[in-house]
Ligand binder design. Structure first.
Ligand code: CP
Ligand code: NVA
Length: 313
């Protein structure tokens, strides 16, 4: 197992598939209220949660996950740990003396790399950066695997900003054999770097394809995914983006252009009436709360793999 999870690309194909399998087993145990074999995997160990941006799902599910693996959570205030009170490299060198892992939500991906490089005995987990949201993609592909019964050969359409969530979906989809179609307005496409990275790890002929027209992107897709038009840190651009992204709203009309049995996904939080309408997010085909639940199971599996079963020290 790699020590860090800064990106989906840190996992091999086998590790990614194993993570989804372990998460399924943990989900079953929890639903049956069975004491899982992993219940003491983090016994006596601590995990630091450092968040520079708001969070409901990621923070809550990591707290529950660490607790259910027998570990303890440490949450230093973000302005103290990440706010420039001291050099980030010194923060990392302190943390590695106390905790086994640091789960970090920040702005640039480079800040995660810095922590990982400065503190070799600390496992660093990306809880969202401006570039990637790999923990979200784990939950989303567990959700789709449960829903479809398989992954390879299927097509997921992402409609909206080619952002952090879209990047991790493209990485994971390609590795799992799922075609990922991304429809975005001009200037907001998935970065070409991500398309190239996805192509390099693609399995079963899966492709990432970029579209301008959302109706073309969703044609034949068995899942339609969207995210906010302005991500955290882009609030000043919200009005300008709203005008550009309006034609990319996921509404009943757009869902009707997708495969007949298409599901709807969203990482949440959603801005109802903007990127998605109530009729879609509240429809029977919407999987958004299963995605949120699966954040817990997949992050438990990830922590177990990084710090428990597969840990090298
Ligand atoms: N989907 C997600 O990461 O939600 P939070 O921002 O609430 O953690
Ligand atoms: N793209 C969004 C995802 C939130 C979970 C953001 O970065 O704000």
């Amino acid at each position: 197992m790699p020590k860090h999870f800064l990106s989906i690309l840190n996992l091999s194909h086998g590790e990614l598939e194993h993570c989804l399998d372990v998460a399924s087993a943990m989900k079953r145990d929890r639903h049956m209220r069975r004491r899982a074999p992993s219940a003491a995997a983090l016994d006596g160990r601590h995990v630091a949660l450092l968040f520079e941006k708001p969070s409901l799902r990621t923070r809550s599910t990591f707290e529950v996950a660490v607790h259910e693996l027998g570990g303890h959570v440490l949450s230093p205030p973000s302005d103290v740990a990440l706010g420039g009170r001291e050099d980030l490299r010194d923060v990392a060198r302190n943390l590695e003396r106390w905790v086994a892992a640091a789960v970090i939500r920040t702005f640039s991906q480079q800040r995660l790399v810095t922590v990982a490089e400065c503190a070799p005995s600390l496992s660093v987990i990306n809880a969202l950066s401006d570039e990637e949201h790999p923990c979200q993609a784990l939950a989303d592909f567990l959700t789709l695997k449960e829903h479809w019964g398989r992954l390879d050969g299927e097509t997921l359409a992402f409609v909206g900003d080619g952002n952090n969530v879209a990047a991790s979906l493209a990485h994971a989809g390609s590795m799992l054999g799922v075609n990922v179609h991304v429809a975005s307005p001009e200037g907001y496409e998935l970065p070409s770097r991500v398309v190239e990275e996805a192509a390099a790890v693609s399995r079963h002929g899966a492709r990432v394809r970029l579209f301008r027209d959302p109706r073309e992107a969703v044609r034949d897709a068995r899942a339609v995914y969207t995210d906010v038009w302005a991500s955290m840190g882009q609030e000043a651009e919200a009005d300008e983006r709203a005008d550009l992204f309006r034609p990319y709203q996921v509404n009943a009309d757009l869902m009707a252009a997708a495969a007949r049995d298409a599901a709807f996904l969203h990482c949440l939080p959603a801005h109802r009436g903007d990127e998605v309408t109530d009729e879609v997010i509240d429809a029977s085909y919407s999987l958004v709360f299963t995605e949120a639940e699966n954040r817990l199971h997949t992050q438990k599996a990830l922590l177990f793999m990084l710090l428990g079963e597969g840990a090298t020290c």
